[in-house]
Design a protein around this ligand. Structure first.
Ligand SMILES: Nc1ncnc2c1ncn2[C@@H]1O[C@H](COP(=O)(O)OP(=O)(O)OP(=O)(O)O)[C@@H](O)[C@H]1O
Ligand SMILES: [Mg+2]
Length: 242
């Protein structure tokens, strides 16, 4: 079996006196696209912020390729090969697509690399000189993904990469994530576009109330009683497009 690239152990996060994450443990291996799916408020984004070093947990550990990185800040993890697409908008509105790609690498203290290739990978090759503030919502999202993959990361954590992206764009992003994994990267993904997410994932976890409640193949995930009962609702699979 491939090496464990990212491991979380006993991750606990408390906000405003409430336990948001209650001892989350997970492992993600090289070549794997791991889905972390679950209802709004389950704690997915909170977990991702802990995995990438944006906020520290109150208890627990994060290991990157066997090394304890729990105390490492975001930039240091970025340097160690961790890419992150946060849930909210994170582009620099007044800069062009090209400038955003260049600026991100500078801020992340990564060596420069040509932005054209990263833009082309997400279908923004023709939009390099457009200001980010003038992109459509879906184009902006694709720029945010492009930025995270400017240097093929060893671990890519994507918080709702398909949000606002049209079906063809989502398919292209999905293929990009799969290609990264086939090249040996590890991808961790949250998204409520369940059909697209499960097409891309090799395994999916259900996060419920701050704890992992199921760990399944994409096929097993769709059928899991807790997934059906607590996440997907009562829509028939066809209607829910899963
Ligand atoms: N700083 C904070 N203070 C208090 N509560 C917070 C804070 N940050 C997050 N929470 C709460 O933690 C819970 C989990 O939030 P989180 O954003 O991780 O959920 P999520 O699973 O990503 O949801 P979604 O699918 O809507 O993105 C929510 O109930 C949220 O209100
Ligand atoms: Mg979220």
């Amino acid at each position: 079996m491939a090496d464990v690239v990212l491991a979380a152990r006993g991750v606990r996060v408390v906000r405003g006196g409430k336990a948001i994450l209650r001892g989350v443990a997970l492992e993600a291996r090289a070549g794997e696209v791991l889905g972390v799916l679950g209802p709004s408020g389950a704690g997915k984004s909170t977990l991702f912020r802990v995995l990438v070093g944006e906020s520290p947990p109150q208890a627990g550990r994060v290991m990157l390729a066997g090394e304890d990185v729990t105390g490492w800040p975001l930039w240091r993890r970025a340097r160690a090969g961790v890419g992150y697409v946060p849930q909210g908008p994170s582009v620099l509105w007044d800069l062009t697509v090209r400038e955003n790609l260049v600026a991100y690498r500078r801020v992340a203290r990564l060596p420069p690399s040509p932005p054209d290739e990263a833009a082309a990978r997400v279908g923004l090759g023709g939009r390099l000189d457009v200001r980010a503030g003038e992109l459509s919502g879906g184009e902006r999202r694709r720029l945010e993904v492009a930025r995270a993959v400017t240097r093929s990361p060893r671990l890519l954590v994507c918080d709702e990469p398909f949000a606002g992206v049209d079906p063809a764009g989502a398919e292209q992003l999905g293929k990009l994530l799969r290609t990264l994994a086939e090249g040996g990267a590890t991808v961790i993904l949250a998204d409520h576009h369940v059909a697209e997410a499960l097409r891309v994932c090799s395994r999916a976890l259900l996060l419920l109330d701050g704890a992992i409640a199921a760990d399944a193949s994409p096929e097993g995930f769709r059928e899991h009683p807790l997934v059906r009962g607590r996440y997907l609702g009562t829509l028939e699979p066809e209607a829910a497009r899963i």
